[in-house]
Write a protein that binds this ligand. Structure first.
Ligand code: BGC
Length: 415
């Protein structure tokens, strides 16, 4: 995913001048939301905007966490066919804004009091040099463990609170003849699983020292080594068909009772709701992360047009309105980016996520997702993701070697 994103930094101003175009009536939206839940959440917004006369055109690019979508976006922009809006998240927004591609949304932000109604973390994320340059959609929590309700009940156990419980439960699922842990062997899925383990074993401050501050001692520490060992142990809970399995295929395995558990962000809940199977799974925090919040915040950017584009402004205003935020979050499995939500309107998993987000934000202990581009820029993120992925393919590699390689590869990028 990320090596593709890196390329954007070399785009020059002359390319930018070619890239600008009028969206000529059609409002093209490039995104990577292609699963049932993701599509349903987007359709909800699409319908609202269509009612207001916006001729919405979907440009979906398959691939969880944006694998694929960024390559297509770059190609389109270089070819002078930038869409009106594109899904772009995390520090990458800053890169595109620096190059001058993005429409500023200061007027809408002022009219709608974004600085007052948005969670501070969201408010900061969507600004570049004091100007609003992205539209916030929703907040996902990544450190969730999803368990098949019926299968869990059959074991007579409750949801695991620590790793001993987790592995005992996994054993019981194996005895029931089902896959203990459903997973797909893609770089971003492996990084998603691994980052929850780093948070679990080290807590949010340790997590940040590794994935945000790139602290060498933290990366070379026993805690990081233990996270790698735990990650390797996870492989033993999976089946042999993990290659090419999407995250929602894993969710389907758990929902159908062919697997017991899945560790994945709460977009899983969007899927369950699209399938009408909300009651099949329970959500619980990944062991030892109950008080923490490992987040991914979805945002879309709007590409500059030669003339001010009122459709873009309408899009931004609609997205942050209270009813859109609630309707979208419910369908997507996310929680609203606004801080003034009546939590009684949220389902129990969403309520937990929403409250934990605010609590950790207050204590400055939020953990930005590495796998979902919240923690680092593309080049640095890529080093971690590639090393984590490689280690997962060769889990017999000494963990010290992996740690040393990460430190060595990061070094030139730290100056
Ligand atoms: C996005 C989610 C999306 C998930 C799987 C994450 O990076 O934040 O909105 O559902 O990837 O594609």
């Amino acid at each position: 995913m990320t090596s593709i994103r890196t390329g954007i930094t070399v785009i020059t101003l002359s390319v930018y001048l070619v890239a600008v175009h009028i969206h000529a009536g059609k409002f093209e939206v490039l995104h990577w939301w292609t699963s049932a839940g993701e599509t349903r959440a987007l359709d909800f917004i699409h319908a609202q905007l269509s009612q207001q006369g916006i001729d919405w055109q979907n440009l979906p690019v398959t691939g969880g966490a944006g694998e694929g979508a960024m390559a297509v976006l770059k190609t389109r922009v270089l070819a002078g066919k930038s869409p009106a809006a594109a899904q772009l998240i995390g520090p990458d927004v800053q890169d595109w804004a620096t190059l001058g591609f993005l429409t500023t949304l200061d007027e809408i932000a002022l009219q709608q009091h974004w600085s007052a109604i948005l969670h501070p973390t969201v408010d900061t994320l969507i600004q570049h040099q004091g100007h609003y340059v992205a539209v916030p959609f929703g907040i996902h929590r990544i450190n969730w463990l999803w368990i098949n309700r019926t299968k869990l009940k059959q074991t007579g156990r409750s949801a695991p609170q620590n790793w001993d419980d987790f592995f005992s439960l996994a054993d019981e699922f194996r005895q029931q003849g089902i896959i203990p842990l459903a997973h797909g062997n893609e770089p971003w899925q492996n990084a998603t699983l691994f980052e929850t383990l780093v948070l679990s074993l080290g807590g949010p401050r340790f997590y940040r020292s590794v994935f945000v501050e790139l602290d060498e001692q933290a990366i070379l520490s026993d805690t990081f080594a233990d996270a790698l060992r735990l990650f390797a142990r996870m492989r033993s809970l999976m089946d042999d068909d993990i290659n090419g399995r999407s995250w929602h295929q894993s969710t389907a395995l758990v929902t159908d009772g062919k697997a017991g558990m899945q560790i994945m962000g709460d977009w899983v809940k969007g899927e369950l709701s699209a399938w009408g199977k909300e009651d099949k799974l329970i959500c619980t925090a990944v062991p030892d992360t109950r008080n923490f919040h490992l987040y991914s915040i979805d945002t879309m950017v709007l590409f500059q047009q030669p003339q001010p584009d009122k459709d873009q402004q309408l899009f931004a205003a609609t997205m942050t309105a209270m009813n859109t935020q609630l309707g979208y979050s419910l369908r997507k499995g996310a929680v609203p980016v606004r801080n003034d939500i009546d939590v009684t309107l949220l389902d129990p998993c969403a309520k937990d996520s929403y409250l934990r987000f605010m609590e950790n934000e207050m204590h400055q202990t939020l953990a930005p997702s590495l796998a979902h581009s919240m923690a680092l820029n593309a080049e640095r993120e890529d080093i971690f993701i590639q090393k984590i992925h490689r280690f997962f393919q060769q889990p017999d590699t000494p963990v010290e070697q992996v740690q040393a390689e990460i430190v060595r590869n990061l070094k030139p990028l730290k100056q």
